[in-house]
Design a binder for this molecule. Sequence first.
Ligand SMILES: NC(=O)c1ccc[n+]([C@@H]2O[C@H](COP(=O)([O-])OP(=O)(O)OC[C@H]3O[C@@H](n4cnc5c(N)ncnc54)[C@H](O)[C@@H]3O)[C@@H](O)[C@H]2O)c1
Length: 283
Amino acid sequence: MKELFGKVAFITGSASGIGLGIAHALAARGMKIVLADIETDALDRARIDLEERQAEVIAIPLDVSDRAAVQDAAQTAVAAFGKVHVLCNNAGVSRSVALDEATGTDWDWVVGVNLGGAINGLLAFVPLIKSHGEGGHIVNTSSMSGLRYAPGRGQGIYSTTKHALIGMSEALCADLAPHDIGVSVLCPAFVKTQMPHSGRNRPARFGGPQVPQRRPDDPLLLGAIHGKEPDLVGEYVATGIERNQLHILTDASERTEVEARLDKIRSALDYTAQRDAREASKS
Ligand SMILES: NC(=O)c1ccc[n+]([C@@H]2O[C@H](COP(=O)([O-])OP(=O)(O)OC[C@H]3O[C@@H](n4cnc5c(N)ncnc54)[C@H](O)[C@@H]3O)[C@@H](O)[C@H]2O)c1
């Protein structure tokens, strides 16, 4: 979407962090903003912040893992602004636990929000965006954790969901291209947000709020202190929508780790090609 002025964006997880940064950048381009988040106090503060920037904005309390609630929120957005053009499936949570120690509830919460929330977003908004025929864009917030695995941080469940969001986005890009709907997948490295404290928003049905004790040298805590500014990431997203950029990265610092993973896949392809050639030569 080259022209964002006057169009409508629905952004999940937008009461703080990267989602609020995206809201700032899109509002600065003249978009009408629908903020949606589970943390209602922060959501109110974010709405006031956007109003002070002269944005047209509404705020909807929402748990993205609740499919019916996401459908209702989509209807509220349409009732307020008539149409939705841009969906940012950004709400996300993280639980630091090794996969051999993870419980069913750990899986259900993180998968339910990170992946289930994005699926619920697609189910509610893709038909709406297609129906008005003015085109649109969908942004799914993945992570560097969707492109490589950093051992020792207990991010296995998180990484599972973030890999899935990249696969979903690449498939969606092909499926929605005929409808003039672009797709981006945002893969941030560390950003200064409250992500290490995301247990603060764990809904009761997933066990309620949970505040893990973190060592001061926990890489996730340090990343949240020294990472990029959320508003800068919001700018990358706005530019990515304007350029119809499929993969939006914030940082090239983990190139070595990403390429090490790609090298393993290349090596598996080489091995397979050689095996098949050997077998073909025998027949
Ligand atoms: N901060 C980083 O370093 C980093 C890096 C890579 C990816 N990400 C991703 O960026 C996205 C935004 O996270 P952030 O870093 O801004 O953290 P954050 O905790 O500041 O923001 C996440 C927002 O999502 C909301 N949220 C949590 N559960 C929700 C639910 N069930 N329904 C609706 N909203 C819910 C929170 O209230 C919060 O406002 C996440 O998807 C995260 O995985 C963050």
